[in-house]
Design a binder for this molecule. Structure first.
Ligand code: MLC
Ligand code: AMP
Length: 457
């Protein structure tokens, strides 16, 4: 069976009526396999297929169906507007497949090509990927990150070991199902370990408090909101592990959570291209501002360090298989001696504890845990007929970590109109929340825009 090595618990674990709950609807493993079988039958033989990744059982069935059929799944943000959707569908060659959870089929998995087969028509080589996750770079449109089932299996096993994550757990989160955090860890992790999954639809403090889980995942914005809702935070006191990742967890949020829940959050660090590579351990030290030590099987190093601080580079079995159709970009993301360049600036202590201190490029913004490329938002703004110039930056924000701020040279358009324009062409989380109008962008003698000379937001 194509995916037995990956979703071990789904195929062989103890079943129950509420094995998987998403946004208030529950199903058993048996139900999920039936719905996924119907998807697998529909997509079998395709090179790849896309799914509008709403927070729903349908998305879970679509992803499991793709794994059953050995066909790469391309999750789309459910609110992705025309510019973003068209780019992803054109770039991946995938078509959106609608899913009806009531449809059931036993998919003949024996007919599936072995995992690892490569498709190469239309110049695309999926390299037998399980998932193609689109993620932003500093410039240009998002790139498709090819993630293999072997990388996912290696990462989930390393995390299960680090967090003592077992079938005894109930995993709770409400994160989007089109990124590593919510989908790979938050769905496939549950189906591999056998822990019951409760996806809350939205990651609100009230929903987390009501879910009664043992293991909770959140981005720092979610934990910030939980820490500000004292009743919700206290309701998590009985949980076994609160895990934070996808962006830096501010030290005050760490301390507030510890004070209110009685336990320090576990921080872990990762990227779409590498999956999770560094984490604090269930039984180990948890320090504010630190993300723990390298996971089993992962090697890390700091390159070009000045006073111990430099670019974090990683190696190991959890790394991606390249950017879809972009061999030059893939090659550029590695050093000559084969290490992946994360672009994050970090330090590693004598005890192996990693601290992430920033990013090499200010053109990659992290807002609410979402990675947003300044160039992609600038291009969307420039598509508006009233906009002549645009420069986008991330400004510090108490709740989101960073907020997207746009500086534009434009006439006859309001800030709200430009915000809505980006929200509708790309996706809502990429919209600039603040828009400043300038007479011109600051430039150097060569005429190149100078973002560091922009006025404060
Ligand atoms: C607001 N809305 C608009 C709008 N403004 N809609 C249309 N046009 C506009 N101009 C609506 C939205 O549709 C939404 O509606 C509501 O307002 C709020 O949207 P929001 O502003 O995006 O919500 P916000 O409160 O900012 O969200 C915070 C958050 C979110 C934490 C819930 O940022 C989030 O889910 N972050 C998780 C990101 C993540 O998982 N990253 C992991 C990447 S993987 P409605 O109806 O929907 O409420 C990775 C690897 C690793 O990083 O290490 O993990
Ligand atoms: P993404 O590709 O969306 O997964 O974003 C990856 C980026 O998120 C990394 O390169 C880091 O900049 C950031 N990141 C993830 N986890 C953490 C963390 N625990 N602390 C600081 N930054 C993080």
């Amino acid at each position: 069976m194509a995916d037995v090595p990956l979703l071990t618990a789904l195929h062989g674990g103890a079943d129950r009526a509420d094995a998987v709950t998403v946004d208030g609807r529950s199903c058993s493993y048996g139900d999920l396999l039936g719905a996924a079988g119907a998807v697998a039958r529909r997509v079998a033989g395709a090179e790849a297929f896309a799914v509008r990744a709403t927070a729903s059982l349908e998305t879970v069935a679509a992803v499991v169906g793709g794994l059953l059929a050995g066909v790469p799944v391309v999750p789309l943000a459910p609110d992705a507007g025309p510019a973003e959707s068209e780019h992803i569908l054109r770039d991946s060659g995938a078509e959106v497949v609608p899913v009806d959870f009531a449809e059931r089929a036993d998919f003949p998995v024996s007919a599936v090509p072995p995992p690892g087969h490569a498709n190469a028509s239309h110049g695309r080589t999926y390299r037998g990927a399980a998932l193609v996750l689109y993620t932003s770079g500093t410039t240009g449109p998002p790139k498709g990150v090819l993630i293999s089932r072997a990388a996912i299996a290696a990462d989930l096993d390393a995390l299960a070991q680090a967090w003592q994550w077992t079938a005894e757990d109930t995993l709770v989160h409400g994160l989007p199902l089109f990124h590593v955090h919510g989908l790979v860890l938050g769905v496939l992790g549950a189906l591999r370990t056998g822990s019951r999954l409760v996806h809350t639809g939205r990651p609100t403090p009230q929903a987390y408090a009501a879910a009664g889980g043992s293991l909770y995942f959140g981005v720092p914005t979610v934990w910030h909101r939980v820490a500000r809702d004292e009743a919700a935070a206290r309701a998590l006191a009985g949980a076994r592990l609160l895990v934070s990742g996808s962006a830096p967890l501010p030290a005050p949020v760490f301390r507030d959570l510890r004070a209110l829940t009685g336990q320090a959050p576990v921080e872990r660090y990762g990227m779409t291209e590498t999956l999770i590579t560094v984490s604090a351990r269930a039984g180990g030290a948890r320090t504010p501002g630190a993300v723990g030590t390298a996971l089993p099987g992962i090697a890390t190093r700091i390159a070009d360090a000045v006073d111990g601080v430099g670019e974090l580079q990683v190696k190991g079995p959890t790394l991606f298989d390249g950017y879809l159709g972009r061999p030059e970009a893939t090659a550029a993301s590695y050093t000559a001696d084969g290490w992946f360049r994360t672009g994050d600036i970090a330090a590693i202590g004598a005890d192996g504890t990693h601290r992430i201190v920033g990013r090499a490029s200010t053109d990659l913004i992290k807002s609410g845990g979402y990675r947003i490329g300044a160039g992609e938002v600038e291009n969307a703004l420039l598509d508006h007929p009233a906009v002549r110039e645009a420069a986008v930056v991330g400004a510090p924000h108490p709740d989101l970590g960073q907020e997207v701020v746009a500086y534009v040279v434009a006439d006859g358009v309001s800030a709200a109109e430009l915000t809505d324009f980006v929200a509708s062409r790309l996706s809502v989380h990429k919209r600039p929340r603040t828009v400043r109008f300038l007479a011109e962008l600051p430039r150097n003698a060569m005429g190149k825009p100078q973002k560091r000379l922009l006025p404060p937001a």
